[in-house]
Design a protein around this ligand. Structure first.
Ligand SMILES: CCCCCCCCCC/C=C\CCCCCCC/C=C/C(=O)SCCNC(=O)CCNC(=O)[C@H](O)C(C)(C)COP(=O)(O)OP(=O)(O)OC[C@H]1O[C@@H](n2cnc3c(N)ncnc32)[C@H](O)[C@@H]1OP(=O)(O)O
Ligand SMILES: Cc1cc2nc3c(=O)[nH]c(=O)nc-3n(C[C@H](O)[C@H](O)[C@H](O)COP(=O)(O)OP(=O)(O)OC[C@H]3O[C@@H](n4cnc5c(N)ncnc54)[C@H](O)[C@@H]3O)c2cc1C
Length: 662
């Protein structure tokens, strides 16, 4: 192993805390870290994982094909039961496909969970083992060319025919063609297809059906089905997002997944689920997972790259005539990166929270208690939107902080960005999800107005909030939380009152809502911001015996909160809640906190504990040996395989010399 760049080593030597211990906290315990490292180490030692062709030097068809090679490698091992623990499987896949979508990604994250959570016990017994053993490979096929958001408008029909006890799947229009599902184009042989169910002329809305798409013998497409890849995208090169068209394809009645609703042989429809949105359950699962597994990890990787590089990169002068400083010593560079680093930690703790909450509430839902479903739907929707947007913006900030080299694929940042930014759109477009949360906020506001107590994430709405901000220079968590509560409660109330006023002025509710929806998305964002601040503070409060780590996390918490206040200053000040003096103090504290955190910046990103293979970055290498590896990267570029490129003979030579050697 090459010696560590002294500029990076000195950073590590100067850290005030043990990075390992912080890693344990992030992973959820020392045992979890150890197990993750074991899984990663095994994967990293396997040439099938690390030895393939260079991702960036392949064409897209090659990238897809190589990802399928890896998928087969994964499936062979999974079949042995090696990855029966979901966490192990997850760590292994992250190492196998760093910042890439696996062609079987939808199989593991949506197809299998939908079979498990939406099937009757008999169906589960039939289908889940086939899927777990990869005897069938499936995807989740919901979105259509014409509709992704508005699920009530899905046009694919599943029309029941009692005589033959079959459903007939059909795509009646161009816009009804299924469009986007991952792994659909070339990889999957099965899909859960979401279609509007029609019985005796009545439309019962979207229901899940399990449908075979391709032969299990030779992968040829089943008669009546047309399926293919939708072409190159902004990113997601390794996955075949696909299209799917049905021409009166018949499937047995039993292929309706019947946990939530049953269709009897004579066509009688029986609803079982207490909540009519039960069929939406897989989306809640994925939204809850996106917060930590997509948004936060993408941002943490980008931060690792940019912070390490900023301690290796020397440029310009700080002291006139003096040596070139590390660029992280410029205050403006700290302002670019350290608030983003603080966001990473803030999102991480909310991600841990929503993951745990999802599993707890889903367990209750499976037992038939759906009381907390609206809370889970609202919080998972809001946090997905809030963190994916914050991460997208933060990754771009990291790229800008790396100057010219940030623009190279060698930085690893474009790949992280394009993979992560898709998370702002898929699984519910962010504005749409904020508006879902807003519905919940509006209801809670009305409850609070009636003097009822609101609970869980919206408990603060029925509390008496402070009229004046008591935030002082010590930035105690309680005063920070109170400020964020006040802001969110005020924005929710303002939006709620406007809806009421517009209605009172004669507007129908839907119009009043639309005319208030910008305010409501801002209120939802403010609510999420408060919630993330709160979960960070809760983590600090629950921490045991780790004074050094507590210290640096408290600084990050304060930086996250103060930076948020300065960015949304008007929200905190315009009603006279926070004074100009307090705002000025907060602005200065941001600068002080950056100076306090600066010596620990590298240790804070090291604590994320990403192996170089996962980062995929020359700039963010653990050893900091950036320049020699940038040079090597360039030499490996396919354009440098020959001294004179073919295009010279084809185009330039005839123009320059008037003759051609071809
Ligand atoms: C220890 C380590 C362990 C590690 C293990 C981890 C393993 C995890 C690995 C996973 C890792 C990462 C995952 C990333 C993988 C990413 C791949 C994803 C690829 C992408 C896939 C997709 O995009 S699939 C398609 C997704 N599509 C959507 O999201 C569509 C968005 N639209 C909707 O959801 C709805 O149509 C919408 C909510 C917008 C409106 O619905 P509609 O039917 O019109 O309903 P409304 O009338 O508006 O509302 C009626 C009431 O229903 C409530 N409601 C809506 N949705 C839900 C819901 N889902 N659940 C509950 N309730 C819902 C709504 O709030 C209304 O209620 P109200 O009371 O009337 O207000
Ligand atoms: C990379 C990627 C992977 C995907 N994978 C899958 C998959 O595996 N399976 C699958 O089924 N789907 C998948 N999708 C589809 C994805 O779920 C949808 O694209 C997403 O839900 C957004 O829906 P849409 O495309 O219809 O956007 P639209 O709804 O058309 O959004 C366009 C604009 O309209 C606005 N808008 C729409 N409705 C409203 C409203 N009610 N109020 C206010 N504004 C509104 C939006 O905010 C947005 O600005 C994937 C998409 C991507 C990009």
């Amino acid at each position: 192993m090459a010696a560590v760049n002294p500029d990076l080593q000195s950073e590590r030597d100067g850290a005030t805390f043990d990075t390992n211990k912080l890693t344990f906290l992030l992973d959820g315990g020392e045992g979890m870290t150890e197990r993750r490292r074991e899984v990663e180490a095994e994967a990293l030692a396997d040439p099938e994982v690390t030895g393939g062709p260079h991702y960036h030097f392949m064409s897209r068809p090659e990238q897809y094909s190589d990802a399928v090679r890896k998928a087969v490698h994964y499936m062979k091992q999974a079949k042995t039961g090696k990855f029966d623990n979901p966490a192990d499987a997850h760590w292994y896949r992250n190492t196998l496909w760093p910042n890439e979508m696996a062609p079987i990604g939808l199989h593991t994250t949506m197809f299998l969970p939908t079979l498990e959570n939406n099937s009757s016990p008999e169906q589960k017994e039939k289908w889940a083992p086939l899927a777990k053993d990869f005897k069938i490979i499936g995807t989740y096929s919901q979105t259509e060319m014409g509709h992704g958001t508005n699920l009530k408008a899905l046009e694919t029909t599943a029309t029941y025919e009692p005589e033959l006890e079959q459903f007939i799947l059909h795509s009646p229009t161009l816009s009804s063609i299924k469009w986007w599902p991952g792994g659909l184009g070339k990889t999957s042989n099965f899909a859960v297809v979401m279609a509007s169910m029609i019985i005796k002329g009545k439309n019962y809305g979207m229901h899940p059906f399990i449908v075979q798409l391709r032969s299990l013998e030779d992968h040829t497409v089943i008669t009546g089905i047309e399926v293919g890849d939708i072409g190159p995208k902004f990113g997601f090169n390794t996955i075949d997002n696909g299209y799917l068209k049905f021409d009166h394809v018949r499937i047995p009645r039993e292929n309706l997944l019947m946990k939530n609703a049953v269709v009897e042989p004579d066509g009688t429809y029986v609803r079982i689920a207490k909540n009519e949105k039960a069929a939406y359950s897989t989306m809640i699962f994925v939204r809850a997972m996106i917060v930590l597994e997509v948004a936060t990890r993408g941002l943490a990787q980008a931060c690792t790259i940019a912070v390490r590089y900023s301690c290796v990169r020397r440029q310009s002068e700080l002291v006139p005539g003096g040596p070139e400083p590390k660029v992280l010593d410029f205050q403006t560079q700290q302002y670019k990166l350290l608030p983003v680093l603080a966001s990473c930690y803030a999102y991480w703790f909310s991600g841990l929270f929503i993951r745990m909450t999802y599993f707890q509430i889903n367990y209750e839902i499976q037992q038939g208690n759906i009381d907390l479903l609206p809370e889970l739907h609202a919080v998972s929707s809001g946090l997905k939107a809030f963190t994916s947007y914050g991460s997208m913006a933060g990754i771009e900030q990291c790229r800008l902080a790396c100057g010219g080299h940030g623009f190279s694929q060698a930085s690893g940042l474009p790949k992280i960005y394009t993979t992560m930014t898709a998370g702002c759109t898929y699984e519910g477009e962010n504005s749409v999800l904020y508006l879902q949360m807003a519905r919940y906020l509006m209801k809670s506001f009305l409850q609070a107005e009636k003097g009822e107590t609101t609970t869980n994430s919206v408990a603060y709405l029925s509390k008496k909030n402070l009229d004046k901000c008591v935030l002082g220079a010590t930035l105690s968590p309680d005063t920070i939380i109170a400020a964020y509560e006040h802001r969110a409660a005020r924005l929710v109330r303002k939006a709620g009152l406007r809806v009421n006023a517009l209605e009172a002025a004669g507007k129908p509710y839907h119009e009043a809502w639309n005319l208030t929806s910008v305010q409501f998305t801002k209120a939802a964002e403010a609510h999420c911001h408060y919630f993330v601040v709160l979960k960070f503070a809760d983590t600090l409060e629950e921490m045991e015996d780790e004074a050094e780590i507590h210290n640096v996390l408290l600084q990050l918490f304060q930086l996250y909160a103060c930076y948020g206040i300065t960015n949304y200053a008007a929200d905190f000040t315009e009603d006279g809640f926070m004074s100009q003096e307090q705002l000025d103090m907060v602005r200065l504290r941001v600068l002080d906190l950056m100076a306090d955190i600066r010596p620990n910046a590298v240790a804070l990103v090291d604590s994320f504990d990403y192996p170089d293979h996962i980062l995929g970055s020359v700039l963010g290498r653990y050893d900091g040996n950036v320049y020699e590896n940038l040079y090597k990267w360039a030499k490996d570029s396919p354009l440098n395989k020959t001294e004179v490129h073919d295009s010279y003979y084809k185009y330039l030579q005839p123009m320059i010399t008037g003759k051609s050697n071809l």
